[in-house]
Design a protein around this ligand. Structure first.
Ligand code: GLY
Ligand code: MN
Ligand code: MN
Length: 439
């Protein structure tokens, strides 16, 4: 299918979902705000603007603030398009592109005018958006019954969304290659970060999340947010968790690299083997929480093989020892948000949440997978001093080969993460396909 008809089909699907949400919520119509600028305290500089993901799900091509989508089932949607009279800033361009065929576009010059510009036949209207978007006559109320339906169905990606996510993965894969080269050339975290952004063609506010660019011990900090300007004395290990954006859709990819052969390089190979086995489990009707539990079992087997622990894998999982080395969830839904919404919903009502397995508070997804869900698979093994100290002080200290652990502390850890589309057959690995394409 051509790109243009993919968008038309995508929009129809958003309308079908909205019809259902309005019916279940007892509303006649829907208003969705793109959002408004937020300012730093006592300052006239705004934070970078990101449109609400609810707005983007209908109109990913429109990225400006103070726009509103109005929709009543059976009618073409309206867009209140905010194009202010402003000579201080670049104002949004005149509406253009295929999407204008599907919306009745009404230009607003002042954000306060949005309510006046809407036709008055909206009936009982659910208003979705952040509080800051409120203007006179339009106050977001975000009814839970409506949001739950939209959030639940967002897990399943349309053909248009899959195309954006494949593209985001290609951008990220190209940038990951540039980052690896910068690591091998001995650059600082900051230098690698700059190379990544240049290769992706995206700046910090465009990327879907802050780059995690971690050399050596820093790889043990799960969401390491610093980019050290100093070149470290040695480049032992490199963990990079960095994505890219295409029309609001995210890629989220992690790779780990060793500068030489040895136990850390062996650990990378072991985690990669586990990651591929877990990716293969991402099939239709699979309970995602079981993938997480399988990750613990498989990683514990590798920890044993590599003589990092000295108890059986089963015992390491049952006693919680595996959680010291793998203390996060195995992945999450991904789409318009890196950690996409609806990960625990048992159904569209939102009234049947699926609990996380006991002892696994950081898992973000417990649903059964269905075709066209996109999820990440991201096992890891880390040497985190805070968690190791706790283990050493507790009843399971004898489970660990501490000499081995001490020797691996300077490498921080390993994580390998791909974005994976569930299908009726084998999963589509968006990230690995992207790396293969951008050689
Ligand atoms: N980049 C954050 C995560 O992998 O979930
Ligand atoms: Mn992730
Ligand atoms: Mn990640």
């Amino acid at each position: 299918m051509e790109g243009s008809s993919l968008y038309a089909e995508h929009l129809k699907e958003q309308q079908r979902r909205a019809d259902r949400a309005l019916e279940l919520g007892g509303y006649d119509s829907l208003l969705i705000a793109s959002g408004s600028l937020r300012y730093h305290f006592l300052d006239d500089n705004p934070f970078a603007f990101k449109p609400s993901p609810l707005f983007r799900s209908w109109l990913p091509q429109v990225t400006s603030s103070d726009c509103w989508i109005a929709y009543r089932p059976g009618q073409a949607p309206t867009l209140i398009y905010h194009q202010p009279a402003d000579y201080w800033h670049q104002t949004p361009q005149d509406p253009q592109g295929e999407w204008t065929d599907h919306f009745q576009v009404v230009v607003s010059r002042r954000r306060e005018d949005a309510a006046k510009l809407l036709s008055d036949n909206l009936g009982r209207c659910a208003i979705l958006g952040p509080e800051i978007a409120a203007v006179e006559g339009l106050h977001p109320d975000n009814p839970e019954a409506v949001l739950s339906v939209l959030h639940y169905h967002r897990a399943k990606k349309t053909g248009f969304e899959l195309e954006q996510m494949r593209g985001a993965n290609r951008l990220a894969a190209r940038a990951h290659r540039a980052a690896e080269a910068a690591f091998r050339a001995g650059e600082s975290e900051w230098g690698i970060h700059l190379r990544y952004m240049a290769a992706a063609g995206q700046g910090e506010t465009e990327l879907p999340y802050g780059n995690i660019i971690a050399l050596n011990e820093h790889a043990a900090v799960l969401h390491y947010q610093v980019q050290d300007r100093a070149v470290p004395p040695a480049h032992r290990s490199f963990l990079i968790d960095a994505g890219a954006d295409q029309l609001g859709y995210a890629a989220d990819i992690t790779r780990s690299y060793a500068s030489e052969d040895g136990p850390y390089a062996e650990l990378i190979s072991a985690v990669e083997e586990v990651e591929l086995a877990l990716v293969a489990m991402a099939t239709a009707d699979q309970d995602y929480a079981q993938i997480h539990l399988a990750a613990h079992q498989l990683l514990a087997e590798k920890l044993r093989e590599l003589e990092i622990i000295q108890i059986d894998a089963e015992e390491a999982v049952a006693s919680g020892v595996s959680r010291t080395f793998f203390p996060h969830g195995v992945g999450h839904l991904i789409g318009l948000q890196v950690h996409d919404v609806g990960g625990f919903q048992g159904d569209e009502s939102g009234k049947q949440p699926i609990a996380k397995p006991d002892g696994h508070p950081y898992l973000r997804l417990t649903r059964r997978l269905q075709p066209d869900y996109v999820v990440t698979i991201e096992p890891g093994v880390y040497f985190i001093p805070m968690l190791l100290d706790e283990l050493r002080a507790g009843p399971h200290a004898g489970a660990v080969n501490w000499e081995r652990v001490e020797s691996l502390l300077p490498y921080g850890g390993v994580r390998i993460e791909d974005d994976v589309r569930v299908t009726d057959a084998a999963p589509e690995n968006l990230s690995r396909n992207a790396f293969a394409e951008v050689v």
